[in-house]
Design a protein around this ligand. Structure first.
Ligand SMILES: C[S@@+](CC[C@H](N)C(=O)[O-])C[C@H]1O[C@@H](n2cnc3c(N)ncnc32)[C@H](O)[C@@H]1O
Length: 342
């Protein structure tokens, strides 16, 4: 049989990408990567028994994954790890387990199915579910906690990169606004022992942060909505991958809310991927994140540096620096403008 030429094969696999990601979620939901020891084989029959599923369909699932080098499967039905399947184990830092469960998780999956409506100005998630994304997460706590864990383990590894790229040593108190389950603060506080942190997020999110994740009491939490206000009195405010969830009008309200509660000597760090208008230069994953924003939030989007400068300016901030990190995110440092009208 004639071999497919490379472009044809590559495009065919991209077209069927959802089939692969859906099967990866299936094994991630069953915790198969944790059930297979890193250095010994397990039989499909054992894995099926331990997972409470049938052996024959699981064998077919393992076979397609092995065809993509995610696990190795021998003809006797014995499964061992490959470098790719090891990345799905939850005992590794930055495990891809959570992404595997998140991207095709039910809430996201059905919103993507409705993607077309974004082209008519509607919000796919709202058309699919009749409610906005964060309200959906509040009513679906299992998916919400996967989302929080996915943020902690996001493949961009942004939390460590932020801690390494900025000097927090003079900062006494950092408020992480929309801080999720607090991973950014944990990484910063591990590197800067004099600093304390406050996670501000929705009530169900902060309630799920366990005591052992609060850096021996150096991290406190406060529940609320940034549309109603943010805690006053911190030296530094963080907005990490928050503004990209919102269209310009809402992003502007969040920034104004921060501005209204900040001293003029306090600083704001907006941490986001800066999208390159030329897609041949930017990382492809940034454009996928932009599509995720479209599917979940309609007009919410990734932005360029100039677009952030403008958003900040309109909300009473001057952009004072742009700091690249080892991750795909950059740190935009902003200072409140004391004499401007905003
Ligand atoms: C994309 S996540 C980023 C989480 C975290 N900053 C990180 O980088 O890992 C956006 C966060 O905004 C929070 N959020 C959404 N709406 C909010 C609101 N009205 N007030 C406060 N936080 C909100 C979400 O719960 C979520 O934790």
């Amino acid at each position: 049989m004639a071999r497919l030429d490379d472009d044809r094969l590559a495009l065919d696999l991209l077209i069927r990408g959802f089939q692969i990601s859906r099967v990866i979620r299936l094994v991630a939901d069953l915790g198969i990567a944790d059930r297979v020891s890193p250095d010994a084989a397990s039989s499909v029959a054992e894995l099926a028994r331990a997972s409470g599923v049938l052996s024959e369909p699981l064998l077919r699932v393992m076979r397609v994954l092995a065809a993509f080098e995610i696990f190795r499967l021998d003809t006797d039905g014995r499964v061992t790890h490959t470098p790719r399947s090891l990345l799905l184990r939850t005992d590794l830092p930055n495990s891809l387990h959570y992404g595997a469960r998140f991207w095709t998780g039910t809430g996201s999956w059905r919103a993507w199915e409705a993607l077309d409506v974004a082209l008519d100005g509607k919000v796919p998630h709202e058309v699919a579910w009749g409610t906005n994304r964060f309200a959906y997460l509040r009513s679906n706590p299992d998916e919400a906690r996967i989302f929080d864990a996915f943020m902690v383990n996001f493949p961009d590894n942004r939390h460590s990169a932020i801690a390494a790229a900025y000097d927090f040593s003079k900062t006494r108190l950092i408020a992480d606004i929309g801080g999720g389950n607090g991973e950014t603060l944990r990484r910063i506080l591990a590197a800067f022992p004099e600093t304390r942190g406050l996670v501000f997020d929705r009530a169900d999110v902060v309630a799920a942060i366990p005591p052992e994740a609060r850096a021996d009491g150096r991290i406190t939490t406060q529940a609320g909505s940034f549309f109603d206000g943010v805690p006053a009195g911190s030296d530094l405010y963080l907005l990490v991958r928050v503004l990209h969830d919102w269209p310009d009008e809402d992003a502007s309200r969040i920034l104004r809310s921060c501005r209204a509660n900040m001293r003029t000597d306090a600083r704001l760090l907006v941490v986001e991927g800066l999208i390159d208008p030329d897609p041949s230069r930017g990382p492809p994953t940034e454009y996928l994140i932009d599509m995720q924003m479209m599917a979940m939030f309609g007009k919410a989007r990734e932005r360029t540096e100039d677009e952030f400068r403008e958003l900040l300016r309109n909300a009473g901030f001057d952009l004072t620096g742009v700091i690249a990190t080892t991750s795909s995110v950059s740190i935009l440092e902003a200072a409140p403008r004391s004499n401007g009208s905003w």
